[in-house]
Write a protein of this length. Structure first.
Length: 111
């Protein structure tokens, strides 16, 4: 099913970017934290390497900060680009699997 729209809401765009970035960055930060347990200089705070179990903890603390920061930057760029795009053309979105939900959350239709 294809949907053609004038524009995508800013909240929906941020949610898509944040979920995608969060899930994608988590394995990287876990891998860097595990590598720091074994002595690799993969996690740095104040320009000094953090190794051992403290490196894993630091990587897991840094993860949400980086995910949110990257998402905010990507959202700003994406929202601006889609706003300009909406001035010239309509956005076409293809739904692969989903359901149509009205504003009250009732009357769901499986697609």
């Amino acid at each position: 099913m294809r949907i053609r729209a004038r524009r995508l809401s800013n909240g929906s765009l941020f949610k898509l970017i944040f979920v995608g970035a969060s899930i994608s960055l988590l394995p990287f930060f876990i891998l860097c934290g595990i590598a720091s347990i074994f002595g690799a200089n993969t996690v740095r705070l104040n320009d000094s390497p953090v190794t051992g179990p403290a490196g894993l903890v630091a990587a897991l603390i840094m993860y949400p900060v980086f995910a949110l920061g990257f998402s905010c930057l990507a959202w700003l760029i994406g929202a601006f680009g889609l706003w300009i795009y909406s001035k010239f053309r309509r956005l076409e979105i293809e739904l692969v699997d989903g359901e149509v939900v009205d504003n009250q959350g009732e009357g769901r239709v499986r697609l």
